[in-house]
Design a binder for this molecule. Structure first.
Ligand SMILES: *[C@@H]1O[C@H](CO)[C@@H](O)[C@H](O)[C@H]1NC(C)=O
Length: 502
């Protein structure tokens, strides 16, 4: 609902605080306490009320709400005819391609690149079904821990097939660990190891093994300013934001000015990549805005982020659109004097941002499983997030408590203040990426090939297909590894690995 309809009336606030004041005069001390408690409650109720609203600017920028009729129509259409966008891919380039995300591999193959010209470097072999069939099955996978420079060099040193050795090399650098809620320096090490040092290692290897194009996935969350839910002016500071690339032309902000460790680590990595650009090694970044979705392992459609924020307006970007942006990026970087080199480009789905209401409507209308949302007052979430963070950091501040205090597990562990910033109204602006490529212009010529509506419906369709057995019986929900839970697993594996190595 637009904010205008939800403004609390200042008059009623004054009236109720006076009421508490006059009825509590029989005991001065108690009255004082009651007044403070009452004012606090009123203040919190007011903040809660504001957090439940949508700033009118954000509302205007979001599209119209998805209707049940529209959702069912798209569902039926997709059920009969899958989305086919091969014809919209940038033309095939005869180049080798290392270190790639799943969608990029699929698109390279679709546009005719032979599997022998592609190599995947990853910590784990691809989990996705579409990577285990057809041509994708024939792409070589090299298990690589990018936190180790030696491992990365070894992976790059593997000889290519003779038919490929003469080809120039593009490196698409897409790995990332996402832990969106951590803010403390105590928790920065793991993100630094993968997102910053991992990028450094791959960048160095790519350069020394003769790659001339390096296209890296960054994040539009870099430009997010932390939301300050307790600010007293009309609305919380940074309650709604446009995600663009303007921050890149300013010096890197200090870590505290990012909403958390994750965007801070991505920003450092992005600067490293962009600074490495020169005419013989063109680099740059794609910043997906904002939630990347596109298979059951994403955090958006299935994950914990989408549970308490029905009114929130946000841009989404499908993995296939991010991948195609990387292919456009590669194509413009073929030019040795490409003005597009050495900078980031925001990309988002080719439609206005949606509201989480749309996502919930899609799931409840179309899923074979019953779906119910429980809306928790945002102020409780905000307060709880500070409590969780305080508790989570306690053993770092007071080490002996590590043995005594039980660790927080599950989704609650991620309910820390950083999550509030990533759950606010975030609108991606990919104007620069979208415009046509022209001489001397800093553009990509990107256009998304799938919309948020189509792809979210498709994801539910695939979910339903996977869960409906032949006889029409609905099966138990499958559990997937989301990128957040993967990050947790990796953190443990890498921590253990390091202890063993020392
Ligand atoms: C990242 O690399 C720097 C130096 O290159 C090193 O000092 C730092 O400890 C590394 N961080 C992690 C978490 O491994």
């Amino acid at each position: 609902m637009p904010r205008a309809e939800m403004q609390p009336s200042p008059l009623s606030l004054v009236a109720s605080s006076n009421y508490f004041f006059y009825t509590s005069t029989y005991n001065r001390k108690r009255a004082g306490v009651s007044v403070i408690a009452a004012l606090t409650l009123i203040y919190l109720a007011w903040v809660n009320h504001i957090l439940q609203g949508v700033p009118s600017e954000a509302w205007k920028l979001s599209g119209s709400r998805w209707t049940a009729k529209q959702l069912k129509r798209v569902y039926r259409a997709l059920d009969q005819q899958p989305i086919e966008y091969t014809s919209k891919l940038p033309p095939r380039l005869d180049r080798g391609n290392g270190l790639v995300g799943g969608f990029i591999v699929l698109q390279l193959l679709a546009r005719g690149t032979p599997p022998a010209d592609i190599r995947i470097l990853d910590i784990r072999s691809p989990e996705r079904r579409d990577m285990a069939e057809g041509l994708a099955k024939a792409v070589e996978f090299v298990q690589t821990d990018i936190t180790s420079a030696a491992a990365v060099d070894a992976a790059f040193a593997r000889p290519w097939h003779l038919s490929v050795t003469h080809l120039p090399l593009t490196v698409f650098h897409t790995p990332v660990v996402i832990l969106a809620s951590d803010r403390s320096t105590y928790l920065y090490g793991f993100l630094e190891a993968v997102n910053v040092n991992g990028t450094k290692h791959v960048l160095a290897a790519a350069r020394s093994f003769g790659a001339d194009i390096f296209s890296s996935t960054s994040s539009a969350s870099i430009s997010i300013r932390p939301v300050e839910p307790f600010v007293t002016a009309g609305e919380p500071r940074n309650f709604w934001q446009i995600l663009d690339e303007r921050d890149f032309s300013h010096p890197l902000r200090p870590r505290a000015e990012f909403f958390g460790n994750y965007p801070a680590s991505k920003a450092v990595a992005e600067r490293l990549v962009c600074a490495a650009s020169n005419p013989s090694f063109r680099t740059g970044c794609i910043r997906p805005a904002n939630g990347v979705y596109g298979n059951p392992t994403d955090n958006t459609v299935g994950g914990p982020l989408s549970r308490w924020v029905p009114h929130i307006v946000q841009s989404f970007v499908h993995g296939a659109n991010v991948a195609i942006a990387h292919l456009h990026h590669e194509a413009v970087l073929l030019n040795k004097d490409a003005p597009q080199a050495g900078r980031p480009f925001v990309v988002t789905d080719p439609n206005p941002p949606i509201s989480y209401i749309d996502l919930y409507a899609a799931i409840s209308t179309l899923s074979v499983h019953p779906f119910r949302t429980v809306t928790i007052p945002p102020i409780l979430i905000v307060l709880l997030s500070y409590a969780v963070e305080w508790y989570h950091l306690l053993p770092y501040r007071v080490p002996f408590l590590k043995e005594i205090l039980p660790e927080i597990r599950g989704d609650l562990r991620h309910l820390q203040p950083g999550i509030i910033s990533i759950c606010t109204h975030l609108i991606g602006s990919d104007a620069d990426a979208r415009q046509a490529v022209g001489k001397g212009l800093y553009r990509l010529g990107y256009s998304g090939v799938v919309t948020t509506l189509e792809e979210m419906v498709l994801e539910i369709l695939e979910w339903n297909r996977e869960h409906e057995a032949e006889d029409g019986v609905v099966r138990e929900k499958k559990l997937y590894t989301t990128s957040t839970s993967l990050a947790e697993q990796l953190r443990q594996v890498l921590a253990v690995g390091r202890v063993v190595a020392e």
